[in-house]
Structures are given as structure tokens and as C-alpha cells.
Ligand binder design. Structure first.
Ligand code: ADP
Ligand code: MG
Length: 244
């Protein structure tokens, strides 16, 4: 089966510091891959390279068989839509209501008309459990609800792969569960996901594969039972021990 996302020998330098070193990783359709590792190991940079928020210094990224570095600016907009990015901060537009937030990119990036964009938005909001909140403004929502709106906004663009960068790190502990529940539900619906997370319990139970990064390298990867239960590399063991 063709991978949904293929990262091939990716490298990234910022000035003289090499932040990603020859990273290769391929994510199958429907697979949930959790990316773990210490702060500064390059996880966010890797995700950002996948939708060209960062330009790699070397290597390739291929989504559904298409190299994302080929093509025009217009292609880039569509490419960004095919990778649904969800950040730690929700980045909703405060002056737009939930419906406005979830329809804006659909209209701008995909050229959907208002009716189609609104219908899609309602469908995605229902999926994240916020069908009743279309008219609310971000400030009227909890952090967990805002993050679910951000997920609905990304899903509305019919992405090939969802990229999550510590989606629950900015949330109060009691709100984390609602966001993880939506992610589990997406997995059950067959969505392909690459998730940077510090939620080890989630990674252990929901991931098909866990990838441990350190110092810009993939140090170890495997099924969660293997990486958490019997890590092969000393650096993985040390990282997991520090987490307690
Ligand atoms: P992680 O997400 O694993 O914490 P990052 O990808 O954010 O790691 O960062 C990896 C390294 O790259 C860090 O040393 C960070 O300081 C550096 N870095 C990230 N973004 C930039 C940037 N725009 N300019 C310079 N250095 C950066
Ligand atoms: Mg990061």
C-alpha cells in the first residue's frame, strides 16, 4: 500500500546548527504514529517541514505519491490543506465565531462556496462534539473546546494526514481527555495521524507505532509495547526513566 506520508532523508539546518539529520519515516494510511523525545530534539521542525512551514535543507516529503516541493504557489495552498496541522496553541481567529473559523480556510484554500463550507463545518463540529457551538466565539469556549474547533477546522479541508504538535500541552489537565478522545475517535475512523505528544499513556494505548527522536535523529521506533516495554537504546531508556 502506498504510504500516506513519506519523509525521505530529511535534513534541516538553522544556520550552522543541524536540527534534523537524515530523517526517514513513512506513515501508512490509517496509521497513528506518535513522535516522542526531549525538548529541542526536532519534533516540531519535522512536522513543520511536512507542510512547508519550514523548508528542509535536504531530502524529500511525499504525500500520497506527490512530492510537496514540486509545484506552484497555488499547489502549496492545496498541499497545506492536505496536511491538517494542529498546534499546541489553537490559533483561532478571536473576531470570528466558530463557524467563521471552520469555514475560512475551506473558502480560501479550496474555493468552496459558503453553503458547502458551512455544511462541512457542521459535520466536522458534530464529529468533535461541538455541533451546538457554531455561533460561539473562541473566548466563550474552554481550551479543550477551542482545540477541538481547531481540529474540526483542519478536518474540514479533507486532509490526507493530520499532524498534531503537542495538542494537549497548553490545556488544563481536566480538559486533556476530551481532546485525546477526539483523536482516538479519528483513529477509529481511519484517519492517518502523526502526533507529537508527551501523553505517554495515550501513545502507549493508541499508537500503532512510536518513534523516539533525540538530537535531530530517529533513535528508535517500534510498536508501543516494544518502545515503552523493552527499549533497545540507552537514550530511549534514559528519556523514559526521566519521565518516571
Ligand atoms: P522540539 O519540538 O522537539 O522541542 P524543535 O523542532 O522545536 O524541537 O527545535 C529543534 C531545535 O531547532 C532546537 O534547538 C531549536 O532551538 C531549534 N530551532 C527551531 N526553530 C528554529 C528557528 N526558526 N531558528 C533557529 N533555530 C530553531
Ligand atoms: Mg516542539
Amino acid at each position: 500500500m502506498r504510504p500516506a506520508l513519506e519523509i525521505i532523508s530529511l535534513s534541516k539546518n538553522f544556520g550552522r546548527s543541524q536540527v534534523l539529520r537524515d530523517i526517514s519515516l513513512s506513515v501508512k494510511p490509517g496509521e497513528l504514529v506518535c513522535l516522542i523525545g526531549p525538548s529541542g530534539s526536532g519534533k516540531s521542525t519535522l512536522l513543520r517541514c511536512c507542510n512547508r512551514l519550514e523548508e528542509p535543507s535536504g531530502g524529500d516529503i511525499v504525500i500520497e505519491g506527490r512530492n510537496i516541493h514540486a509545484g506552484t504557489a497555488r499547489d502549496l495552498q492545496r498541499l497545506r490543506a492536505r496536511t491538517g496541522m494542529v498546534f499546541q496553541g489553537f490559533n483561532l481567529y478571536p473576531h470570528l465565531d466558530v463557524m467563521g473559523n471552520v469555514t475560512l480556510a475551506q473558502r480560501k484554500a479550496l474555493g468552496r462556496g459558503r453553503g458547502e463550507a458551512e455544511a462541512k463545518a457542521l459535520e466536522m463540529l458534530a464529529m468533535v462534539g461541538l455541533g451546538e457551538k457554531a455561533k460561539a466565539f473562541p473566548a466563550e469556549l474552554s481550551g479543550g473546546q477551542q482545540q477541538r474547533v481547531a481540529i474540526a477546522r483542519a478536518l474540514a479541508l479533507d486532509p490526507t494526514v493530520m499532524l498534531f504538535d503537542e495538542p494537549t500541552s497548553a490545556l488544563d489537565p481536566e480538559l486533556v481527555g476530551s481532546v485525546l478522545a477526539v483523536m482516538r475517535d479519528l483513529k477509529a475512523r481511519g484517519m492517518t495521524m502523526l502526533v507529537v505528544t508527551h501523553e505517554m499513556a495515550f501513545a502507549r494505548e493508541a499508537a500503532d507505532r512510536v518513534v523516539f527522536m533525540d538530537g535531530g535523529l530517529i533513535v528508535e521506533e517500534g510498536p508501543p509495547e516494544a518502545v515503552f516495554g523493552a527499549p533497545r537504546m540507552e537514550r530511549t531508556r534514559a528519556f523514559l526513566q526521566r519521565l518516571g
